[in-house]
Design a protein around this ligand. Structure first.
Ligand SMILES: [Zn+2]
Ligand SMILES: [Zn+2]
Length: 152
């Protein structure tokens, strides 16, 4: 049983969040805070880790030292290493800007191919389902032989 109204609201909310986040990333609306926390636009605006509010220990992927983080969504690097090489503390990429990202024709093409593949898989699944359904129907129509096991 699904609650259509709730699901619709959730789905729309998801898209709405996505649009707002992307818009914030595009205009780098919280640039000052983003740079302070040493995060790339993707990690800062697009990925919202669901974090438990408990101090959590982690090892920096560069200096291998042990650090403490105020929640459970620990980063990849420590602040020192990230700052020194100007990397994103979360994912370890260079601190790029939104405008550095160019959507290439290859990306569009790959995306399109992914959709086509997904559609193809769906079609195959449906064919298989139809086939099973047909077999089951046939089976139901097969007359049951009289049983000889228990003569009266
Ligand atoms: Zn480090
Ligand atoms: Zn990042």
């Amino acid at each position: 049983m699904i609650d259509i109204e709730t699901e619709t609201r959730f789905a729309k909310q998801k898209l709405e969040d996505y649009i707002v986040n992307l818009d914030n990333a595009k205009h780098d609306r919280l640039r000052e805070y983003r740079l302070q926390s040493q995060e790339c636009p993707v990690c800062y605006y697009m990925i919202h880790h669901i974090a438990g509010s408990a101090f959590t220990g982690y090892t920096c992927a560069m200096c291998k030292e042990y650090f403490s983080w105020p929640n459970t969504a620990t980063p990849s690097l420590c602040h020192g290493c990230a700052k020194k090489d100007n990397l994103c503390i979360e994912c370890g990429s260079e601190m790029f800007e939104y405008k550095d990202v160019v959507v290439t024709i290859e990306t569009r093409e790959k995306n399109h191919q992914d959709y086509l593949k997904k559609e193809e898989q769906r079609k195959r699944r449906n064919t298989r389902r139809r086939e099973l359904y047909r077999k089951r129907k046939e089976w139901l129509r097969t007359p049951v032989r009289e049983s000889h096991c228990c003569p009266s």
